[in-house]
Ligand binder design. Structure first.
Ligand code: PBG
Length: 350
């Protein structure tokens, strides 16, 4: 059979002279990409400083900073330094910070009782930041893992993580944080019913204006490793969190989790981790049309920093591209350890 190869134009004679007749295409997607002004003009998503929430690590120490080994460029901060950093973040236009405590090992116990201490590290830091930098939002995690000797987000009976007993303690923790001045409570524990319980207790305590950002779809992920180094729970964690955090295989279940948290009174929802779960971010935003956040977690940060540190990719470009991906997927904002770095970059480039 005769072969019929369609040749719309002859192959170039040499590599120097590429002169060919036009293909006569109607559509040339490249036209809009031909110059920076045009690319800017047709750009669909924008990343701004308003999209950034900065997670920081706190420690009780005379020392201002101590590096987190597994997160290059991230330090634990003492309260004075945290106040200074909050001021810098506010000056950069970052709307909110999300502090996490490294709790002294001696203060950890099976029920996480230090979480309820009105003078614990978190509460002192929140009061100090509120006093000095009132214009920045403070989003406080509700979960027991920094405070428990076993590293779980709730309390245990044998091998089981108890749901309702944990919720009762989380409610008290949320109240302590709200009393200290937290603007937003962000329950990251994944116990059932905690959003409703916390909402009810906040309202009863006349904290009706305290918002709730629920970690609604939080997966049992390997990407939290460096965070557990930062708050010192890696060595202590017994087992894993798969009986309360979600199975990475599930997406319909994320819709059910978000629906429940919204019904229970969540003002905003979060998906976590971020990039590996962008499909979930997009689905949740499409489905519910509510303020939807994503957490670019410690492992995602560490991957970019490690590759950049080895010269294997351009760290700044990877940072901006990864954050733009969240915007494209529909996220209203991103919790990211890159927040101050990207805010500075956005300021410099206008
Ligand atoms: C704890 C909590 C975790 C993170 C935020 N809150 C870790 C975990 O669930 O084990 C992870 C954040 C990160 O990895 O950056 N409830």
């Amino acid at each position: 059979m005769e072969s019929r190869v369609v040749r719309p134009f002859p192959a170039p004679q040499s590599s120097e002279t590429v002169s060919t007749p036009s293909l006569g295409l109607t559509h040339r997607m490249r036209r809009n990409r031909k110059a920076e002004w045009s690319r800017r003009m047709v750009r669909e998503s924008v990343l701004t400083t308003d999209d950034l929430i900065w997670p920081i690590f706190l420690m009780d120490s005379q020392q201002a900073r101590s590096p987190v080994e597994w997160m290059p460029g991230v330090d634990r901060l003492n309260i004075d330094e945290a106040v200074r950093q909050a001021a810098e973040a506010a000056a950069l236009g970052i709307p909110a910070i999300a502090p996490f405590p490294f709790v002294d090992k001696a203060l950890r116990d099976p029920t996480g009782s230090e979480a309820l201490n009105a003078n614990n590290l978190m509460c002192r830091a929140v009061r100090a930041i509120k006093a000095e930098v009132p214009q920045i939002g403070i989003i406080c995690d509700a979960a027991l893992d920094p405070y428990t000797s076993h590293g779980h987000d709730g309390v245990m009976e044998g091998e089981r993580i108890l749901n309702d007993a944990s919720v009762a303690i989380l409610v008290q923790q949320a109240l302590a944080l709200a009393d200290a001045g937290a603007d937003v409570i962000a329950p990251s524990d994944m116990m059932d019913g905690r959003i409703g319980a916390i909402r009810g207790a906040l309202d009863e305590a006349r904290h009706e204006d305290v918002q709730i950002m629920s970690y609604a779809a939080k997966y049992a992920s390997a990407f939290y490793g460096p965070f557990r180094d930062a708050i010192g729970t890696n060595a202590t964690l017994i087992g894993d969190k798969r009986t309360y955090q979600m199975d990475p295989a599930n997406s319909d279940e994320a819709i059910a989790e978000v629906a429940l948290d919204l019904e229970e009174g969540a003002d905003m929802v979060m998906i976590k981790p971020g990039l590996p779960y962008l499909d979930v971010v997009a689905r949740v935003k499409d489905h519910f049309r509510v303020p939807t956040f994503a957490y670019q977690v410690s492992g995602e940060y560490a991957m970019i920093m490690a590759a950049a540190g080895n010269g294997w990719l351009d760290g700044d470009k990877a940072m901006v591209e990864s954050l733009m991906a969240f915007k494209r997927a529909g996220a209203d904002g991103v919790l990211t350890y890159f927040a101050p770095r990207v805010a500075k970059k956005l300021k410099a480039t206008g």
